[in-house]
Design a protein around this ligand. Structure first.
Ligand SMILES: C[S@@+](CC[C@H](N)C(=O)[O-])C[C@H]1O[C@@H](n2cnc3c(N)ncnc32)[C@H](O)[C@@H]1O
Length: 399
């Protein structure tokens, strides 16, 4: 019978893996020294497991065909060995994305899908400032809270924020950067987001902290920001992954028009390690597109610099924070798992599983050098080509 053949093929793949498997009939297939328990809830799961991909396993878990119990790190390591997916960084993923996907309406829907899940859910496992991007673990003893504050400060120092300057934060999330920049660096800050929940939360923070007139948040697409102001500094943190490969040129053109001559921009975001921008293989990109970040796209850091330069913004500094994002994501996963019951009550089992597996998978991808995180600082020279930037980096590291 086909089912028995599939079961045999599956068993052959298990050889030597520390995995305990329980089938829907209650049979136990014991691997040596099992660290992870895999439950097959239905014979349908066998189809996924006989020619497995990382994305296929994630989908089966999210859809409830299988259950995975154990430490998220062990699950990912086993998944990789089981799928024999050593080369996910090679960029053989889907090319399904198309430029017309990034209409304003579609982007707004995509953002709402991911960010408007529930503010309470995000507050369960993010740091106290609700920063949803890579932290900066400057010292080994840093906690998530301190590492996120250090990241915000690192960006403020790289941008050389001065009191009275105008700062625009494109994709401001729950306001961590604009609130800190206004309170600690004295800038006039404007944040934009496409998420209604984030917008409402930041507005309430501005009111509670008495920052009216100093911090403004707007529910707005970056393409619609009025160009008559001339910002001294612009930040975009964990946002440009939503822009789309083909929109990077107009995105940086827009930034160049918003920035006054001599101004600085910090583009902080996830980049691919593969040069060809095709996405991670083993079905990972397809899973992320369907369940996590519809419309998200990654490019190599060199492409970011190229597109920046084409818009007349001079790349001044680039730092890869890859290990910091691995650590940040493991912190998020551990904190989410510790609050599993509340999380499921708030957003339901399926969405809990999506966030758990995508964050653990992303942590694994950073640890394995499949993904990178680049802070790229650029400056807009004045008409004579001048860009006032120090001859050293003391302003960044001497605190
Ligand atoms: C991963 S969050 C990062 C939030 C914040 N910068 C942080 O570090 O916590 C991405 C942000 O980009 C915003 N975003 C995505 N696409 C956007 C667009 N087209 N226009 C404006 N904001 C956008 C989202 O609304 C969200 O606030």
């Amino acid at each position: 019978m086909l089912r028995d053949v599939l079961l045999q093929q599956f068993q052959a793949r298990l050889q030597g893996l520390p995995l305990r498997v329980q089938t829907w009939r209650g049979d136990i297939l014991e691997g040596a020294g099992a660290k992870v328990h895999l439950e097959l809830h239905t014979p349908k799961a066998l189809k996924v497991l006989t020619s497995p991909t990382m994305g296929g396993l994630a989908r089966a878990y999210v859809e409830g065909l299988i259950d995975l119990k154990g430490k998220a790190e062990d699950i990912l390591r086993l998944g990789q060995a089981f799928c024999r997916a050593d080369a996910c960084r090679t960029g053989k993923g889907s090319e399904a994305w198309k430029w017309w996907r990034h209409t304003r309406l579609r982007d707004r829907k995509n953002i709402a899908y991911h960010y408007d899940v529930s503010n309470d859910f995000y507050s369960l496992w993010l740091d106290k400032n609700r920063v949803y991007s890579c932290a900066y673990f400057e010292a080994t003893e840093d906690t998530l809270d301190s590492a996120q504050e250090k990241k915000l400060d690192l960006i403020c120092r790289k941008l050389m924020l001065q009191p009275g300057e105008r700062l625009l934060d494109i994709g401001c999330g729950w306001g961590g950067l604009i609130l800190r920049a206004a309170e600690h660096y004295g800038v006039q800050a404007t944040g934009i987001t496409l998420s209604q929940n984030q917008h409402d939360y930041v507005q309430e923070q501005v009111r509670q902290r008495g920052l009216q007139g100093k911090v403004e948040v707007r529910l707005m697409d970056y393409r619609d920001v009025p160009e008559d102001i001339g910002y001294d500094k612009i930040a975009s943190v964990g946002m440009f992954e939503h822009v789309g490969r083909r929109n990077l040129r107009p995105y940086f053109d827009k930034i160049a028009r918003l920035l006054r001559p001599g101004g600085l921009v910090m583009n902080h975001g996830i980049t691919s390690v593969a040069l060809n921008s095709k996405g991670l293989s083993s079905g990972i990109s397809e899973f992320v597109e369907q369940y996590v970040f519809p419309g998200g796209e990654l490019v190599h850091a060199s492409t970011v610099m190229q597109e920046m330069a084409a818009a007349g913004i001079e790349p001044l500094d680039a730092e890869n924070l890859r290990p910091h994002y691995g650590r940040t994501l493991w912190e998020w996963v551990n904190r989410l798992e510790a609050r599993e019951t509340e999380a499921i009550r708030m957003i339901g089992e399926k969405r809990y599983r999506i966030w758990r597996i995508y964050m653990a998978g992303s942590a694994f991808a950073f640890d394995n050098n499949w993904l990178a995180l680049f802070q790229i600082l650029g400056g807009k020279p004045d008409a004579a080509g001048r860009q006032v930037y120090p001859f050293n980096r003391r302003h960044v590291y001497a605190t």
